[in-house]
Design a protein around this ligand. Structure first.
Ligand SMILES: Nc1nc2c(c(=O)[nH]1)N[C@H]1C(S)=C(S)[C@@H](COP(=O)(O)O)O[C@H]1N2
Ligand SMILES: [Mo]
Length: 434
């Protein structure tokens, strides 16, 4: 060890840690005898005041657990309510279901890995990365079978993108029914993904001239598969093995998933095991029976990949009401599958008057963007809304506008403006106007 380092460590132990250790055992003894702590600045039930020095709480009078007490870290015990939740009546079981991200408790544009929403069609498989292979075949010059080691060798990229299930908000096509931010909007999450461009892998196998479509398939029991146009695959699709700087979570497709930026989450195949090139789409279950929208005239829209611009106020919300009148900051998230968010407007009177919110950097393409606006609440009832405009000029619609085009038989792609009703007591409710 370097002598200067050694000196500072021994100095620390003789002047700092040892003395504090002594004080702790003394305090422990005192507490055991009297049931209260008598040492240090003023103790007792008096409310702390900014005029006097802070009283020492128990955690300031002892030494805590040391390093590697938690070799893999976790949030504070008092944050135990910040969790993914499901709606039990929504699906027959949890293996083909969804859990929602607690947007009401998140502060930035990155979803912590343990809180990323989950969507399974056949539960979460336990994939052995040693045995996992990615097959690339079909209309290619040189079919390939790649191990995880092979894939990690390729030149890599890191990008921040959201994934949103197009069923997000799908329970509210006919009426407001879930009084919750988490359950109405929590099928979206955003992470920093690291992996290989799909175009890099496709160049490696050599694309035949006739190839126009790409089938992607998962290794879960559902063998979920979707067809993607070759152009999108060459444009910005990623085959990723890392999420927010560590290996993908099993929930998100460990050891390998596809990320299709800006398109409905369903096409971002998890536990990715096969990529096949062809000259037409496959018309799989997930693009015929599911992930299509029944229109008012009885026809179905299919291949509706794009996530149109959407935004939501995350504070206040039903889970986070206001406690008393005064200065607040209205906070929210906005996103678009069509590039970047250009502007977010906020209304406190149900869409009569609008003011532009501040967009927080970074404003990234096909990623969540955070917006805020100061608001002095006078205690009167209010109707809070946010409306995003993306860089293509597209304006987020109201639910009434969306119903005019699409009717009420859809499940997917409800990107309408969310209205939160604030009552005089500060409580907040999910409502629909018009
Ligand atoms: N193999 C496989 N991939 C899948 C799914 C699945 O069930 N199996 N669910 C899809 C759906 S519908 C969505 S919305 C996203 C959700 O990604 P997440 O669970 O990482 O949030 O994964 C997609 N990829
Ligand atoms: Mo989905």
């Amino acid at each position: 060890m370097r002598p200067d380092l050694w000196r500072s460590i021994s100095l620390l132990s003789s002047t700092g840690a040892h003395t504090r250790l002594g004080r702790r055992s003394l305090l422990g003894l005192g507490a055991a005898l009297t049931g209260s702590l008598a040492l240090g600045p003023k103790q007792g039930n008096a409310e702390p005041s900014p005029a006097s020095p802070p009283a020492d709480a128990p955690w300031s009078q002892s030494i805590g657990p040391g390093v590697v007490d938690r070799p893999y870290g976790r949030p504070a015990d008092t944050e135990a309510g910040v969790i993914r939740r499901n709606v039990p009546w929504l699906t027959a079981g949890t293996e083909s279901s969804i859990s929602f991200s607690p947007l009401q408790d998140l502060h930035g544009i990155i979803t912590p890995n343990g809180l990323f929403f989950e969507r399974y069609h056949a539960g979460r498989p336990d994939v052995d990365p040693e045995q996992h292979r990615l097959m690339i075949h079909g209309l290619v010059e040189r079919p390939l079978l790649l191990s995880m080691k092979d894939i990690v060798r390729f030149p890599s990229v890191t990008r921040i993108h959201f994934i949103e299930c197009p069923a997000n908000g799908g329970m509210e096509w006919r009426a407001a029914q879930l009084n919750s931010l988490q359950f109405n909007h929590g099928m979206i999450s955003c992470a920093e993904w690291t992996g290989v461009r799909l175009s890099t892998l496709l160049e490696e196998v050599g694309i035949k001239k006739e190839a126009k479509w790409v089938m992607v398939e998962g290794a879960d029991g559902a063998h979920m598969n979707r067809s993607l146009p070759l152009d999108k695959c060459l444009d910005d699709c990623l085959v990723v093995y890392a999420q927010n700087g560590e290996a993908l979570r099993p929930e998100q497709g460990y050891p390998l998933r596809l990320v299709v930026p800006g398109w409905e989450g369903n096409v971002s195949i998890k536990w990715l095991r096969r990529i096949k090139l062809g000259d037409k789409p496959w018309h799989s279950r997930e693009e015929t029976s599911k992930y299509t929208d029944l229109m008012p005239d009885g026809t179905s829209r299919g291949f509706t990949w794009l996530i149109d611009a959407k935004s939501v106020i995350t504070f206040p919300c039903p889970e986070k009401p206001l406690d008393r009148p005064g200065l607040y900051e209205i906070r929210g998230l906005a996103w678009t599958g069509n590039g970047k968010v250009k502007r977010v407007d906020v209304s406190t009177d149900g869409g009569v008057n609008w003011q532009s919110a501040r967009l927080h950097e970074p404003v990234l393409s096909k990623a969540l963007t955070k917006f805020t606006i100061p608001w002095r609440w006078d205690g009167a009832p209010a109707l809070l809304e946010s409306r995003v405009i993306d860089e293509t000029g597209y304006v987020q619609p109201t639910i009434a506008q969306l119903r005019k085009q699409r009717g009420t038989n859809s499940v997917y792609h409800n990107n309408s403006i969310q209205t939160w009703q604030v009552k005089g007591d500060g409580s907040v409710f999910d409502v629909q106007l018009g």
